[in-house]
Write a protein of this length. Structure first.
Length: 238
């Protein structure tokens, strides 16, 4: 019994294009040709095509299948590796679904980790403070970020915060000092100092290093706040 290319494709449940592609990439050996020049496929070709299809459906790429060769009917090692990869993908997708459920349930913003976004959902941060927190989430370790976010739970638009947010760049010395004193006296600042007695501790376990985190934070602060606000921040920590 010999089959044409179209008959082989039909028996294997695939297409002519796929069969030709298997030939082009070296996965399927060229068959003998009949007297009329048409290809003549046998059982070995059909079995090979079915095996390629099955392995591909399981998740192996054509390149991986090619590396296995023709003789390995049960590529145990490759399948174990594939199983491990699939397990990791499933775990990642499950975490994504959990995060997505939290975002949908609490209508939290999508530019922060779901757990952190949930913690600061009621914080009523200014656009600048929120942008700062988003960048900080990329710099800190998960543990430190959670600790930082917990201090924002009770953050509110205190009059001192409003004064800082609306401080004009040309504010005079007296106004700057008054705003700094008001910010320093906020309960939120007391919580922050209690959580991080040493300000450098915020970056001590940063995944990309404390220096990188510190430099990035300085750059972000300089871009987000005007000169008078920057002066207030210096006075607060001076």
């Amino acid at each position: 019994m010999a089959w044409s290319t179209s008959q082989l494709a039909d028996l294997a449940g695939t297409t002519l294009r796929t069969i030709r592609h298997y030939h082009d990439v070296g996965l399927l050996a060229e068959p003998e040709r009949r007297a009329n020049g048409y290809k003549s496929y046998g059982v070995d070709h059909l079995v090979r095509v079915l095996r390629i299809k099955r392995l591909n459906d399981l998740g192996l790429s054509l390149a991986q299948i090619a590396e296995l060769g023709d003789g390995d009917e049960h590529p145990r090692e490759a399948l174990h590796e594939l199983d491990a990869e699939l397990a990791a993908q499933i775990e990642r997708l499950q975490q994504i679904r959990a995060d997505l459920a939290l975002v949908l349930r609490q209508e939290t913003p999508t530019d922060l980790p779901a757990d952190v976004a949930a913690m600061i959902a009621d914080a009523n941060l200014s656009p600048q403070d929120r942008s700062f927190t988003v960048v900080l989430a990329q710099l800190l370790s998960p543990e430190t970020l959670a600790k930082y976010a917990s201090t924002l739970k009770d953050y509110s638009r205190d009059p001192a915060v409003v004064a800082f947010d609306t401080l004009p760049e040309d504010a005079d010395e007296e106004t700057r000092q008054r705003v700094a004193d008001g910010m320093r006296a906020m309960p939120y600042m007391a919580e922050m100092r209690a959580a991080f007695p040493d300000p450098a501790g915020l970056y001590s376990d940063a995944p990309r290093g404390a220096d990188h985190a510190r430099r990035t934070v300085v750059k972000v602060i300089v871009e987000l706040y005007n000169k008078a606000q920057l002066d207030v921040l210096v006075r607060m920590n001076g």
